[in-house]
Design a protein around this ligand. Structure first.
Ligand SMILES: [Fe+2]
Ligand SMILES: [Fe+2]
Length: 312
C-alpha cells in the first residue's frame, strides 16, 4: 500500500518470532500447550502481512528439549513458508536448544559443541545471530572467542546497519525477577563491544513476554513466545506460565528509525472494521480528501464509526 502519512514505506520488514519450544511426537508442553499448533497459528498470521517479511528471525528456545525430531519439524514448517513469502530464515540458539541437534537439524552441519553464530545479509541489513547459550545451563554467556569474532564482523559497517539477534536480552527484567537469575552474564562487556559499531537494534527472547529497552543507546526489543506466556502480574505466584495471549513481533526499518509492533497470534472476535476492498478507494483520495474524510470529526466516515462491520 502507498504511504498515507509523512513516512515512506520501510526499507526492511522483519518478523521476529521467539521461544517456539517445539516438542517431538505430538508431546504437549506441561501436558497442555500444543507448541506445534501454536507455531502454525503464528505463521498463518505472518502469512497475511503485506508487504511480507523479508526475514523471519527466531530468537532461540526453538526446541523445548533439544530433540532432533523437533528441529526437523520446525524446519519442515518454517522453510517452505519462508520460501513462499520470499523470506530468509535466521535461527538463534537458546538455553533449551541443543547445539549438536540444532546444527544437524537446521544447518545440515556436523554435530558440534562449538558456538553457532551466523551472519545474514537481508538486502543490505546485516543480521548477526549470536549464540548466547551455555551447555548444561539456562543463563547466557558470550565467550572471548565470540567477542573477537563479533569485532571482526562489525569492523566493516553494513549498508543499512546491523541487527543483533540473541536469545538472552541484555536488559533488566523487573517484571520477572526469577529470570534475572538466568540472564546474560557480564553485560557491560557487551556494551563495550557494541560501542561505535553500526548495531542499531537488538532482538531477544527468553522472557516469554514482550519488553522494550535500550542497551548502550541501542534499542532492544524482546518478543514474547509462541508457546506460552509468562504472566507478569500473577496473583501470589513467584512465577506463573499461562497458555494465552501468545504473539510475535514485526520490526519495520526506516532510514533513521526502527518500529516494533506486537502481533497477537490468536484470533479474536472482530467488533468493528472495514474490508480490504476499501484500501484502493482510500489510496485514490487526495491528501485533502483523506483529511476531510478521516480527520474531520463530523465527516460521513466518522459519523458512522459506531456502525457494525462494513465491507467484506
Ligand atoms: Fe523459552
Ligand atoms: Fe530461554
Amino acid at each position: 500500500m502507498q504511504p498515507l502519512g509523512q513516512y515512506p514505506n520501510p526499507s526492511h520488514t522483519i518478523a521476529h518470532v521467539s521461544d517456539t519450544h517445539l516438542l517431538a511426537g505430538g508431546k504437549l508442553q506441561y501436558g497442555v500447550v500444543d507448541t506445534v499448533q501454536h507455531l502454525e497459528i503464528a505463521l498463518d498470521r505472518l502469512g497475511r502481512l503485506d508487504p511480507a517479511p523479508q526475514a523471519l528471525v527466531f530468537t532461540g528456545d526453538l526446541a523445548d528439549r533439544g530433540e532432533p525430531e523437533a528441529y526437523r519439524q520446525l524446519r519442515e514448517m518454517v522453510e517452505p513458508f519462508a520460501e513462499r513469502i520470499g523470506a530468509q530464515v535466521v535461527w538463534c540458539m537458546g538455553n533449551h536448544d541443543d547445539r549438536a541437534a540444532y546444527a544437524r537439524g537446521l544447518y545440515d552441519a556436523e554435530a558440534t559443541s562449538d558456538v553457532l553464530d551466523r551472519v545474514h545479509d537481508v538486502d543490505g541489513l546485516r543480521i548477526v545471530s549470536l549464540d548466547t547459550s551455555v551447555p548444561g545451563y539456562h543463563h547466557g554467556e558470550i565467550s572471548d572467542a565470540q567477542y573477537e569474532w563479533l569485532a571482526a564482523v562489525l569492523a566493516e559497517p553494513a549498508p543499512h546497519g546491523t541487527f543483533l539477534a540473541m536469545h538472552h536480552p541484555p536488559i533488566p527484567v523487573p517484571m520477572l525477577p526469577a529470570a534475572a537469575i538466568i540472564e546474560l552474564d557480564d553485560q557491560p562487556r557487551l556494551a563495550e563491544a557494541l560501542a561505535g559499531t553500526d548495531v542499531r537494534m537488538i532482538l531477544g527472547g527468553h522472557f516469554h513476554y514482550s519488553s522494550y529497552s535500550t542497551f548502550a543507546g541501542i534499542p532492544v526489543s524482546v518478543a514474547s513466545a509462541t508457546c506460552y506466556l509468562s504472566d507478569i502480574a500473577p496473583k501470589a505466584r513467584f512465577i506463573s506460565a499461562i497458555d494465552a495471549e501468545q504473539s510475535v513481533n514485526m520490526v519495520h526499518v526506516y532510514g533513521d528509525s526502527v518500529v516494533t509492533s506486537v502481533v497477537p497470534t490468536h484470533d479474536s472476535a472482530e467488533i468493528s472494521g472495514y474490508g480490504i476492498d476499501v484500501a484502493p478507494l482510500v489510496e485514490a483520495l487526495s491528501f485533502e480528501e483523506r483529511r476531510e474524510m478521516f480527520s474531520r470529526k463530523d465527516s460521513d466516515f466518522n459519523r458512522h464509526e459506531a456502525d457494525p462491520i462494513v465491507g467484506t
